[in-house]
Design a protein around this ligand. Structure first.
Ligand SMILES: Nc1ncnc2c1ncn2[C@@H]1O[C@H](COP(=O)(O)OP(=O)(O)OP(=O)(O)O)[C@@H](O)[C@H]1O
Ligand SMILES: [Mg+2]
Length: 351
């Protein structure tokens, strides 16, 4: 008892937003302390992290498309869900160690955000992964509540709020009231699917192959959801000419990028619009006042709030740094742990 209390004194309560593209680490009292791509590079066929355990995060992402055959670059989270549990354990251990400054004997309380549709079986599996990664007691919060808190929305009130989180792997659409999730839907269409669509648009139109990384650069520098006035000038990007088998540069316009990602944007905007008529009349009335809070990296796409407003006739609010909404909510939950404890789930208490 005394020993565990003593360890508690030195432990660092930690929260992690395990995103498909990026993982954000929060420490109690310090807010968001780091953000790293959710990538690991391992020796093929093993779970041994390359470069003496250092090829995690940006170092691993930089190896993608450049690594020798003996190295495998892994993304352990796909479409917002854990795809590779062993790699997720290594990632968690890495983040817990960096949060505690390398003190291996501290076992901090760990808070993780999860999509709303995660089964109890997956939560129990995550509990085992966290135990093996060296975490203390594990708490979970669903992403819409974390995103609502981190977008400064009063989600505890009786009034309904719609939170839409468009990340890399998934679009999560939720309605919250009285701190609870009243309705939610998750679709596997978000930033990664837009990147794939840009790759295939350029291959079909120009017979040029570009990497997913280039496609993401094209999306973030030229992407838009609505015609912009004045349009940005075309940008040059390089790829592989599939006929001549040589590298070639092409100039891409903003309109081409909008056309390429239009199917994904239509699917996302339709899914949001479709949820509104399924809600109780009181909640629909609330949404007219509270509007839609748009977060996740894709909320940065120019013209998306206007397009969403045009389709739903509901005002749209984008918080600053919408990519960090979930992580800000996690940091708030760590700082006000006792007050926000009713929003958190503890798988260990359920067993
Ligand atoms: N300025 C921008 N314009 C367009 N897209 C952007 C911009 N900034 C980031 N993105 C895109 O946002 C996506 C990443 O968003 P985010 O960090 O919220 O995802 P994630 O949390 O890792 O994934 P998920 O929540 O789906 O598991 C990527 O597809 C990225 O290219
Ligand atoms: Mg996310």
């Amino acid at each position: 008892m005394v020993v565990s209390r003593l360890f508690g004194l030195f432990s660092t309560d930690t929260a992690i937003d395990l995103g498909t593209s990026s993982t954000r680490l929060c420490v109690r009292g310090r807010g968001i302390v780091s953000e790293e791509p959710t990538y690991l590079a391992v020796k093929k066929g093993t779970s041994e992290v390359f470069d003496h355990g250092r090829a995690i995060g940006q170092a691993a992402r930089d190896m993608q498309g450049r690594a020798p055959q003996s190295i495998e670059v892994i993304k352990p989270i796909r479409n917002g869900a854990i795809f590779d549990f062993e790699m997720t354990r290594i990632l968690l251990r890495h983040f817990l160690r960096s949060a505690s400054g390398g003190r291996r004997w501290s076992s901090p309380r760990l808070l993780i955000s999860l999509p709303t549709d995660v089964s109890d079986v997956s939560k129990n599996a995550l509990q085992q992964v966290a135990d093996r990664a060296g975490a203390g007691k594990l708490y979970l919060i669903d992403q819409p509540r974390a995103a609502g808190l981190g977008s400064w929305q009063p989600i505890h009130t009786a009034r309904g709020h719609m939170i839409v989180d468009i990340g890399a792997g998934t679009t999560d659409i939720s309605v919250l009231a009285l701190g609870d999730v009243i309705a939610s839907r998750s679709i596997p269409t978000a930033g990664d699917a837009m990147d794939e669509s840009i790759v295939s648009y350029i291959r079909k139109k120009y017979n040029i192959w570009i990497s997913h990384r280039t496609a993401e650069e094209i999306k973030t520098s030229l992407g838009s959801a609505h015609p912009c006035a004045p349009p940005l000038p075309p940008c040059a990007f390089s790829g592989l000419d599939l006929m001549a088998n040589v590298p070639r540069e092409i100039s891409i316009t903003q309109e081409e990028v909008r056309l390429a990602i239009d199917p994904q944007l239509t699917q996302i905007v339709d899914a949001i619009a479709d949820m509104i008529p399924t809600l109780e009349a009181e909640l629909i009335r609330d949404l007219k006042k509270t509007g839609i809070t748009l977060c996740g990296g894709i909320a940065n796409l120019p013209g998306l709030p206007e397009r969403l407003y045009g389709w739903t006739n509901t005002k749209v609010f984008v918080p600053i740094d919408p990519r960090l909404s979930v992580a800000r909510g996690l940091a708030a939950a760590l700082d006000h742990f006792d007050e926000l404890r009713p929003l958190l789930e503890c798988p260990e208490d359920r067993i």
